[in-house]
Design a binder for this molecule. Structure first.
Ligand code: COA
Length: 286
């Protein structure tokens, strides 16, 4: 939809008196704020005194932010980042984890898993912009996003074994799927942090940017994505994630169904007409 973006802020009344597109603040949460600019929403986790660590309130507000964005037809992609200069998210809140009993521990894990799963299954592309520590639950949160842009100061790690626990928000599964079992095994069993360059080399980070350019580079990546057909992006995400969880036979069957489904969209007709007419497509997301 980015090709129609220029008109969008004016249509929705987001222009400042000087005519410059402005951000649209969406919520009044304690730890998480969301701003929308054009087709992209930025969700910022802001609990800087604890390096943006995930307590139950933060997790709930992240979930609510995504829920709101899911239904916002003007939003075609999401950037997720941490406030401040030091951390994306330095993990689940160790103060809260320290109180866990066996049953509540399972619940803590399941609730976190469910929120991250909803991000992974979010129908619009989600890019994590990691400008510092992405540890434990923070690393797992970045793993649940569809792509990751790291600043040179980013550090990724799953240090849970050093606390006598294991990653409980899907990290043992998603990291291995992303970087391979051997590399994931080393990261989980040592609990060591890896820097941005290493994360890039093993495919954990898609891009490494100079620290001061983190958001700009993440926005650029997302802008290249959201100019494409929204329904096509949704189906591509669905097909690619389903492939990781299915047999080849099922994955291929789903791929052709989704491919067929897209043939019923106006976006498909528009995308192809635009190519043939040598102009930019104006996707409507339907
Ligand atoms: N849970 C709760 N609080 C956390 C936290 C977490 N995961 N990570 C950082 N904090 C808090 C610190 O306790 C400290 O709070 P305080 O000022 O009230 O004492 C504050 O954030 C700043 O952290 P600090 O440790 O002083 O910063 P640092 O620059 O010296 O170290 C880290 C940064 C990330 C190396 C260190 O904070 C750390 O190891 N955090 C825990 C990482 C972790 O194990 N995460 C996985 C949890 S499952």
């Amino acid at each position: 939809m980015a090709r129609t973006e220029a008109a969008r802020p004016a249509e929705r009344g987001f222009l400042t008196p000087s005519g410059v597109p402005s951000f649209r603040a969406m919520n009044e949460s304690k730890y998480v704020r969301t701003e929308v600019s054009g087709a992209v929403a930025t969700v910022v986790i802001d609990r800087q005194d604890k390096l943006n660590a995930l307590n139950p309130g933060v997790i709930e507000e992240i979930d609510q932010a995504f829920e709101q964005l899911r239904d916002d037809a003007s939003v075609h992609g999401v950037l997720l980042t941490g406030a401040g200069d030091k951390a994306f998210v330095a993990g689940a809140d160790i103060g809260v984890l320290a109180e866990m009993e066996p049953l509540s521990g399972t619940e803590v894990s399941r609730e976190g898993q469910a929120v991250l799963r909803r991000i992974e299954e979010f129908p619009k592309p989600v890019v994590a912009a990691v400008g510092g520590y992405a540890l434990g639950g923070g690393c797992e949160l970045a793993l649940a996003c569809h792509l990751r842009v790291a600043s040179e100061r980013a550090n990724f790690g799953l240090p849970e074994v050093g606390l006598g626990i294991i990653p409980g928000y899907g990290g043992t599964i998603r990291l291995a799927r992303l970087v391979g079992l051997g590399r994931a095994m080393e990261i989980v069993l040592t609990g060591d942090m890896i820097d941005a360059q290493r994360a890039y080399e093993i495919g954990l980070a898609n891009v490494v940017a100079p620290h001061g350019e983190l958001m700009e580079r993440a926005e650029k990546l997302l802008a290249r994505i959201v100019r494409n057909g929204p329904k096509a992006l949704e189906m591509a995400l669905k097909s690619m994630y389903a492939a990781a969880e299915n047999t080849m036979e099922h994955a291929l069957a789903l791929e052709s169904s989704l491919f067929g489904l897209l043939a019923s969209t106006r976006d498909m007709r528009e995308g192809m007409a635009a190519f043939l007419e040598k102009r930019k497509a104006r996707f409507e997301g339907r």
